[in-house]
Design a protein around this ligand. Structure first.
Ligand code: ADP
Ligand code: ASP
Ligand code: MG
Length: 813
């Protein structure tokens, strides 16, 4: 004897029902088989909608009825040969007429009791099971049996409790009777009746339970739950794209997972089959050859310490607090009594060891009723102020990790809460059953998707970690970065197990946010079709999307963009800035951002602020972290100025050389930031700050060589002005050349003082041999007292800057 249950999507239409028939005919060759079916997919909801409309006096219920009837008639017509249709068509029509009578009654009375609701939804399974039985009869001998005559319950309409003794008697008597010739039975799931014969239901999703009740009563060889996924998975596949099949699972694990939201099995289903140790399969009607999941007594270990992760929405947390509870027995009894008198189901309980507070998680639906009942229960203590009035928080959810083997492995909860914390998911309450099979955390509902995904990644996806990038600025450097990301994607996945996804792009004109990732082969076109850019909206979308491992990458030189870092860091989003404005703003602001990053456990990185892709800040940080002290920094930090003075010898106008530097992409958008020395001041200030100095721009002396009049007007005006001063620049060059020196714009930091300015550098100096747009930084430290540690190389250019940003992204990962 075996019991096969087919869910709503498995029997949603004639095509699917054909698949069901072939599965049953194959499975049932030797054995007698009970087939339990749900209503056609979606019909239970449609029936509830119909009942609600009728009760509200909305004539629209008639239209809904019509749709229900049509759908069933259509299914019959495409499932059963024309010559065999008439009896089942008239049965469907007759049944639908009965349904209409009930609904008309509801409409006239304007009232829908839970008993009537059960009556209405029962039509779904009645119709589907009779149609399917007829379809089987085209192939083999088959008996339809109304499960309301077999499963006996109490009067809890909506989710009735089963009277197992009576039910088992009836099930035995019917299926084991000698006069039944049939080897194949089809019966409706979900529906039952009370002792007086009134129809009840076993709760939403209850067809699974029906099948388990039959399987247990008959000590079946196997129960098979056929659905639309290939078994139970490590997480809800609608929430976690990388959810994996669980081939073997214990009854207890399956029970925990289903109770905590893995809706693939209706929670009460496991209990009866576990008692009888009936092997239970979850299989996919649409991929019957897939292994699926076997629920059994002692499943194999799976290599992971946990078996699955699940979540439950619509949770409220009710808390009772007050000094009056400490050391006094009876408070929890009274609390739970008050809840149980109102038939309120408690999902999770925590009490702090100070006994100062008890919190219970409930369905939000029950929250107000619960608060009222508990306030009433403790009215006296609240008036005396030994207890606070009960508080209720809504919009919460529970995530749970489940596995039998957690017991023998320490560190699971550490891993779980570490992962949640790193991703900015704050935990409101925690419970771990003493079986150590389940650790549950109450979190904000908005964090569920992220929480489940990061947990899944940490526990199951040793394969890779997903990083979500939000990039502001797609100019020279941004464009190169996107190309590098695309080019390296496979390498990173293979060698670093990192999957980088660009989830957002913004320029000053357009923005585009796609949580599934933007196709980097085609980003220009996609972005041009994006929405009008709005920085705050972009930031809000990053926060609301709440994707795991999010990194904001600022490749603009924009002041406003630099003002959103604090919001992002506080939402646990790392910030990688190529933009120097934040780090060269007031010290207070720089410090605040670094502190926020530490507080929220994310990264704030800006390597490219100094020396483009060169490892300058990284080297400095490594020196300091390993205990070295920076004594002096001497550096040429402007690729632009180095390029200009290396290429200028008076043979071409100075203005022309500057223009060439701009055209080749080395300068800031406004080249005066470079020529005035301001950009170098910012850089040496950042290095001084990273060396531990509280320093501001006005503390840095700047020996300016650019005539003041060049600073007026816009960039074209600046070039005009520059031409007028050719003689000035020629003289600067000639003076140096006369001493066999080169002109270098040098930045220095020593004894807490920073300065920048043009200097004559002779051939013996470390700074002399510096070509093109190169930068050089000399670190004199305790460990490098006389011969400095030198970092040297291209200090400007889109390709190298992009690679520096890329390196920061990987560091943040
Ligand atoms: P049926 O109508 O066959 O009873 P259900 O919709 O009740 O099917 O259950 C199957 C669905 O459960 C799947 O389509 C899947 O989206 C969802 N689900 C939620 N959590 C899990 C999980 N951990 N493993 C597998 N499926 C899950
Ligand atoms: N049709 C019922 C429901 O949707 C029972 C089931 O499908 O399991 O809740
Ligand atoms: Mg189901």
């Amino acid at each position: 004897m075996q019991v096969l249950k087919f869910g709503g999507s498995s029997v949603a239409n004639a095509v699917n029902i054909q698949k069901v028939i072939s599965i049953v005919l194959q499975a049932g060759k030797q054995d007698s088989t009970i087939v339990v079916v749900s209503a056609l997919g979606g019909i239970t909801d449609t029936l509830l909608d119909c009942g609600a409309k009728a009760a509200n006096g909305d004539e629209g219920y008639k239209e809904v009825l019509q749709k229900i009837e049509t759908r069933h008639l259509e299914t019959v017509k495409s499932l059963i040969p024309v010559t065999q249709q008439s009896s089942i068509l008239s049965l469907v029509k007759k049944t639908c007429n009965e349904l209409e009578d009930v609904c008309t009654g509801v409409f006239l009375l304007g009232e829908l009791s839970s008993r009537t609701k059960d009556k209405i939804v029962s039509f779904g399974e009645l119709l589907s099971s009779q149609i399917i039985a007829h379809a089987f009869q085209q192939h083999t001998f088959c008996t339809w049996k109304d499960s309301r005559e077999l499963i006996v319950t109490d009067d809890n309409f909506g989710s009735a409790k089963v009277d197992f003794e009576e039910t088992n008697n009836r099930v035995h008597k019917f299926f084991n009777s000698k006069d039944s010739l049939s080897k194949l039975f089809v019966t409706p799931g979900f529906i039952s009746s009370n002792k007086h014969g009134a129809g009840t239901t076993l709760g939403r999703g209850g067809s699974d339970y029906t099948a388990a009740i039959f399987a247990a009563a008959l000590s079946a060889d196997a129960l098979q739950i056929w659905t639309d996924v290939s078994g139970m998975m490590t997480a809800d596949p609608r929430l976690v794209a990388n959810a994996k099949n669980i081939p073997h699972i214990s009854y207890q694990e399956a029970m925990e997972l289903s109770h905590f939201g893995a809706k693939v099995i209706y929670p009460p289903t496991i209990q009866p089959v576990m008692t009888k140790q009936i092997p239970t399969w979850v299989k996919n009607t649409f991929a019957p050859d897939d292994f699926g999941t076997l629920i059994e007594t002692a499943p194999l270990e799976n290599g992971s310490l946990i078996r699955g992760i699940s979540s439950m929405n619509n949770i409220a947390l009710l808390s009772l607090e007050g000094s009056g509870m400490i050391g006094i027995p009876g408070f929890s009894k009274r609390l739970f009594e008050a809840l149980s008198n109102e038939k309120i189901n408690v999902i999770l309980i925590t009490q702090s060891s100070s006994e100062h507070s008890i919190s219970v998680a409930l369905n939000t639906f029950d929250a107000d009723k619960a608060k009222e009942a508990v306030d009433r229960q403790f009215d006296y203590e609240i008036k005396l102020r030994v207890l606070e009035p009960v508080t209720v928080e809504k919009d919460l959810a529970i995530v749970a990790v489940v596995g039998d083997h957690m017991r023998s492995h320490p560190g699971i909860s550490g891993k779980m809460f570490g992962t949640l914390g790193r991703n900015g998911v704050s935990v409101r309450a925690i419970a771990q059953g003493s079986s150590e099979r389940n650790i549950s955390a109450v979190i904000a509902a908005k964090d569920v998707r992220k929480a489940i995904n990061v947990l899944h990644e940490d526990f199951f996806e040793t394969t890779y970690k997903q990083i979500n990038l939000f990039i502001a600025g797609t100019g020279n450097v941004g464009g190169k970065l996107l190309a590098q990301l695309q080019q390296q994607a496979d390498f990173l996945q293979e060698h670093l197990r990192v999957q980088l996804k660009v989830a957002g792009l913004a320029t000053s004109k357009k923005m585009l946010v796609r949580s599934e990732g933007i196709d980097l082969g085609n980003w220009q076109e996609l972005l041009s079709e994006g929405e009008k850019s709005n920085l705050q909206q972009f930031v809000d979308q990053i926060k609301n999307n709440n994707l795991r491992n999010s990194i904001f990458v600022d490749i603009t030189a924009n002041e406003t963009v630099a003002t959103v870092y604090d919001q992002l860091l506080q939402s646990s989003v790392s910030v990688v800035a190529c933009n120097k404005i934040a780090c060269s703003s007031r010290y207070q602001n720089y410090k605040k951002l670094k502190d926020l990053a530490r507080e929220y456990n994310v990264s704030f990185l800006f390597e490219t602020n100094v020396g483009a892709g060169l490892p300058v800040i990284g080297t400095l940080n490594d020196l300091r972290r390993s205990g070295d002290t920076i004594k002096k920094i001497e550096a040429v930090l402007s690729g632009t100025l180095n390029f200009v003075f290396n290429n200028y010898d008076g043979s071409r106008p100075f203005a022309e050389v500057v223009k060439q530097a701009q055209d080749e992409g080395y300068t800031e958008p406004d080249p005066r930031l470079d020529l005035s020395g301001t950009d170098v001041m910012r850089k040496i200030m950042i290095l001084a700050r990273e060396s531990g100095e509280k320093i501001e721009m006005e503390d840095i002396s700047n020996d300016v060589f650019l005539p003041a009049s060049c600073m007026d007007g816009d960039v074209p005006a600046f070039y005009e002005e520059l031409k007028k001063h050719e003689a000035h620049f020629k003289k600067l060059y000639d003076d140096a050349a006369a001493k066999k020196c080169k002109l270098k714009f040098v930045a220095k930091f020593e004894n807490g003082k920073a300065s920048v300015g043009l200097q004559h550098i002779n051939e013996q100096h470390d700074l002399y041999h510096l070509y093109g747009k190169d930068n050089i930084v000399l670190f004199y430290t305790n460990r490098y007292p006389s011969q400095p540690l030198i970092v040297k190389g291209a200090g400007a250019g889109a390709e190298v800057t992009a690679s520096g940003v890329f390196a920061d992204i990987l560091r943040a990962v």
